[in-house]
Design a protein around this ligand. Structure first.
Ligand code: M6P
Ligand code: ZN
Length: 183
């Protein structure tokens, strides 16, 4: 008998090994520009959900992980819902993202804090180079779904972003998404 341990159906992973994680407004202290507005949003509100397939142990050299992230539509003040964003702990590890559904912007920041952004939508493919922090904003009125594939030994360095943030943010101005950079 041929057994497929995991099914990947449009923007859903199915299988008993799939890990599910929801990140709520209450988990994202100091992530948005307007912390007061974040505190006014119901804290249990889900900002994004990740399904991950981790077929090898974290840290396995040569292994690959696979994930689907769904960012709900919403804003904190005028800033669109975003993922936490991270550099890799093993900083020279790259990653692929691809758009599945919805509309968004991938924010990329190199180690000198230089920002660039790519439009994310159904069919868009994004190579995230080594030494580059990555965060996604949902700029649409529907849920944004995207896929990800990254090395099993990459890890997540959230500390750098917690300390210094991104030097660019995606906000709504006159009804349209705009990338605002610090410098
Ligand atoms: C993608 C991958 C994961 C990441 C997730 C959410 O699925 O990059 O490694 O955990 O997005 O992003 P973050 O960890 O920045 O919240
Ligand atoms: Zn990553």
């Amino acid at each position: 008998m041929i057994i497929s341990p995991v099914e990947f159906l449009k923007d859903e992973l199915k299988g008993k090994e799939i890990i599910n994680k929801a990140t709520r407004i209450g988990d994202l202290k100091n992530l948005f520009k307007d912390e007061l507005q974040r505190m006014r949003v119901p804290q249990h509100k889900i900002v994004y959900e990740v399904q991950a397939y981790l077929p090898v142990d974290e840290g396995t050299l040569g292994g690959l992980f696979f994930g689907i992230t769904k960012i709900h539509s919403g804003k904190v003040g005028n800033e669109y819902f975003i993922t936490r964003g991270h550099f890799h702990e093993v900083a020279d590890r790259a990653e692929y993202y691809w758009g599945i559904k919805g509309q968004g912007i991938l924010i990329l920041m190199d180690q000198s804090r230089k920002i660039r952004a790519e439009i994310m939508q159904e069919g868009s493919l994004h190579y995230i180079p080594a030494y580059t922090a990555h965060r996604v904003a949902n700029t649409g009125i529907d849920t944004l779904s995207f896929g990800a594939c990254w090395p099993a030994d990459a890890g997540h360095n959230y500390a750098e972003i917690a300390a210094h943030g991104f030097s660019g943010r995606v906000v709504e101005i006159n009804g349209l998404p705009q990338l605002i950079t610090e410098d």
